[in-house]
Design a protein around this ligand. Sequence first.
Ligand SMILES: C[S@@+](CC[C@H](N)C(=O)[O-])C[C@H]1O[C@@H](n2cnc3c(N)ncnc32)[C@H](O)[C@@H]1O
Length: 302
Amino acid sequence: RERGWTHWHHLFAPRQLLQLVRFQEVIRSRARNDEERLVGALALGRMLNWNSRLCMWNRHLAKTEQTFANLALNPLSDFGVRSWPALKSTVVRKIPGHGGRLSEASIADARSPGPAFDLCITDPPYDDAVHYDELSSFFSVWHCDFLPDPIPGQPLESGDFATGLQEAFQNLRARMRSGGRIILMFAQNASSSWTDLACAVEAAGLFVRAVWPIDLEPRPGLKRGRFGTLAVVVVLSTDEGPGAPDDPRAMAHAAGLNDDDDPDRRTANLRACAGACALRRSALRGGDPSTHFRSILDELAV
Ligand SMILES: C[S@@+](CC[C@H](N)C(=O)[O-])C[C@H]1O[C@@H](n2cnc3c(N)ncnc32)[C@H](O)[C@@H]1O
């Protein structure tokens, strides 16, 4: 699948490398302060996204697509290289909200200590479905001269997924005030990842209070036809309390997912609800969510 591409520079054609290196030189020589270097780095990021050998050539519209048209670095045999005028329109942009609101955010490893909270809304990594570390390296090798390392030390996704998720949940549990909630989004097809999630929830002494399936539609464009990826919103708390229904048909009905005209989509929706219910059952009754998932699918005969 690597097509012989073994080094970062293989992700760029010679003209692209020249354009990018020239642009870096312009930032270095022209930016007068950190703010201007930051704006330059943002423009460089846009340039990287629209000008690599991972930019698919769209034959129908005779244009190049962006590197991150999908969430993976997939080598292509057929790609487009932009001229500077064609690149300018993607790079030179008015930053939305410029001159308007100012908001502040801090970046921290979810496994490290932090302030107490009542509500945590989080979207943890999806195991090996998306390789965020690899994806961010695509930019960071070009940005390192202009941006400080946001979290010095070991990479965020060091160690294995199950242990990291468990450590993060244990840390969140310790910081959550009484009556608090953690709301997390999780999207996965591999049953082992659902097992990891259920184990991490249990090990942290948390309870699944509700599971809502979302994002069940087929994706447009590149991902067309890949439907049924199970994405859910899970509500966790430190007390058991009454939980969400663990019957997939009731869940599909409550979410209006039975009404879809397309029978394939109805089945995909029901399968996704089955996955969400498997997580709920494993939290309520113990056991591996993938076993619950298989038995629910048998019960449903889908
Ligand atoms: C599913 S993505 C979140 C995407 C985000 N909701 C968005 O729409 O852009 C998961 C994110 O968790 C980050 N991450 C991975 N390990 C982490 C850790 N230990 N602490 C904090 N964040 C982490 C990844 O870098 C990635 O950006």
